[in-house]
Write a protein that binds this ligand. Structure first.
Ligand SMILES: [Zn+2]
Ligand SMILES: [Zn+2]
Length: 441
């Protein structure tokens, strides 16, 4: 099949050559280049009605991009900055408490520009959605893929909520700005982007069991891009702009993938659950996250790669034997633990039903999984080398996660979301504990 040029479909709906459904991409303009910020007035004037614009940023992102946005827009727009701060030297987190101030400032505004990374983007997208005005995203770091996505994640009370919102109408990424981001954020984006092959494999795997529709478009549109930078990590961490450009484009398409799929599936599989689990534990203990999202995901990717590799070595008779002989005592401990510690009863019950289906269908689907799904995932040695070249953490201890917690995250994180991943197959066959053991020695 001829590759579809996704760039032609921004702001449009189209019939998908892979799954034959209609997909819609509400993001109208993705503009990623050196000096992109100078095109901001031109881009905005074509997309919005009105002249009143609020630029949302924090102290750091004001210096990196907010101030520049204000300056380039000053001639033809009425633009002002709202700089969020959280007291001296404290980092801003995406928390509900900022919304009243943002919503108040948005009264009478025609659009909002989010000049920042994850936190500012999440806060801005949600507030704009509430006010029904367009968002223009100006990323300050190539640290994750949510600039183009249709969800906003923030802390509400003690819970981390992920809410569907209207995606940005345009994402204007200035290469000069993002390549000067803190180096840890660049590494984080790189590691987050490695989730692609594993998340898509997990998605396809889940669809085989649940008979939901899988679409290969997200996997396909990012394949060539990923191949062009994945082995160039050393250049990326030297801030090579050509490589950072490719990586950022891949991250942006990762966000678009989630819009196409109508869920986070093509960008977030089991590897992300490990990161989410660590965040839940940190949050429960009223602490900051252990590390940046992408760096935690990088560790999850290593576990995912090892799990796929291990499963690929099993043949159907092994699977039948393991299914019959695995006593799920560990399993019951996990349920009790999740219930007691996180109180996510509904998700857990849904997951347990899915696991019944998985155990029943696994022998029948095994050869298909081996043929069509397992080969999508990259090998574990390759992943380790790639992460090593990028200077990303390779061990949980490097991000302050001790052995017990790492063991727990690998074994239990699969129960926090009602979606099947490779960890569920390994868990039901009783080999996930081995993998967890191997990674915590
Ligand atoms: Zn499709
Ligand atoms: Zn991610």
């Amino acid at each position: 099949m001829e590759k579809l040029d996704i760039n032609r479909y921004f702001g449009k709906s189209f019939c998908c050559p892979y799954c034959h459904s209609r997909h819609e991409i509400p993001v109208k303009k993705l503009f990623t280049k050196t000096g992109a910020i100078f095109s901001l007035p031109d881009i905005i004037s074509k997309l919005i009605v009105g002249k009143n614009i609020l630029i949302l940023c924090d102290n750091n992102t004001y210096k990196a991009a907010g101030e520049k946005c204000e300056k380039v827009l000053s001639k033809s727009f009425n633009a002002s900055c709202l700089i969020l701060s959280s007291g001296k030297n404290k980092k801003i987190h995406a928390e509900e408490k900022y919304f009243p101030a943002i919503l108040k400032k948005l009264k009478g505004k025609d659009a909002i520009i989010t000049a920042g990374s994850g936190t500012i983007t999440d806060l801005g997208k949600y507030a704009a959605d509430k006010m029904k005005i367009p968002v223009i995203s100006v990323p300050t770091a190539p640290s994750m893929n949510a600039y183009t996505s249709g969800v906003s994640a923030f802390i509400s009370g003690t819970l981390k909520k992920t809410v569907p919102v209207k995606p940005a109408i345009a994402v204007v990424t200035d290469l000069d700005i993002i390549s000067n981001a803190p180096i840890e954020m660049i590494k984080a984006g790189f590691a987050d982007s490695l989730a692609r092959s594993f998340a898509n494999a997990d998605w396809k795997l889940a669809c085989l069991f649940t008979e939901e529709k899988f679409c290969a478009l997200p996997y396909e549109i990012t394949e060539n891009l990923e191949a062009s930078y994945i082995d160039k990590a050393r250049q990326i961490i030297k801030r090579d702009k050509r490589m950072i450009l490719k990586m950022m484009k891949a991250l942006h398409l990762g966000g678009i993938s989630m819009i196409i799929a109508g869920s986070s599936s093509p960008a977030s599989g089991g590897e992300h659950l490990i990161s989410h689990y660590l965040d839940m534990v940190a949050h429960k203990n009223k602490k900051d996250s252990f590390s940046l999202h992408g760096l935690q995901v990088g560790l999850g990717v290593m576990i995912s790669a090892a799990t796929y590799e291990r499963l690929n070595k099993l043949d159907l008779s092994d699977v039948r034997y393991l299914l019959k002989n695995h006593k799920s005592k560990e399993h019951l401990n996990a349920h009790e633990f999740i219930r007691k510690n996180f109180g996510i009863e509904e998700e857990l019950n849904k997951k347990l039903l899915l696991l019944n289906t998985l155990r029943k269908k696994l022998p029948f689907l095994w050869n298909k999984l081996k043929k069509e799904v397992f080969p999508m995932a990259k090998g574990s040695e390759e992943i380790k080398d790639i992460l090593k070249n990028a200077g990303c953490p390779l061990k949980f201890s490097e991000i302050g996660v001790d052995r017990d917690l790492a063991y727990q995250a690998i074994n239990y994180s699969r129960f926090i979301r009602p979606r099947l991943t490779v960890f569920d197959i390994a868990g039901e066959l009783g080999i996930l504990t081995d993998i967890a053991y191997q990674f915590t020695q």
